[in-house]
Design a protein around this ligand. Sequence first.
Ligand SMILES: [Zn+2]
Length: 85
Amino acid sequence: MIGLLIGWIVGILFFFVILYNVIQAAIDNSKLAKDVRTLKKLLSGTDKEDISDESDDATYADCPSCGHRVALNGTDCSECGLRLG
Ligand SMILES: [Zn+2]
């Protein structure tokens, strides 16, 4: 009887430890993914954007609020959300 009880307690503890680790890993993954995306944007995204946008400057303008390059036919800035036009 006591052995069964100890077995249950150990089993429940083990279950919660696994559950905790799974949740923690999921949180870390989303945080890491966000960080990687931000880092990628900082390292290469902005440079690439500038190169590709330079060819058709006429259709782009700098956002008056944040300075991000936005398409003139767009309704709002993709960076800060400011409404344009
Ligand atoms: Zn903006």
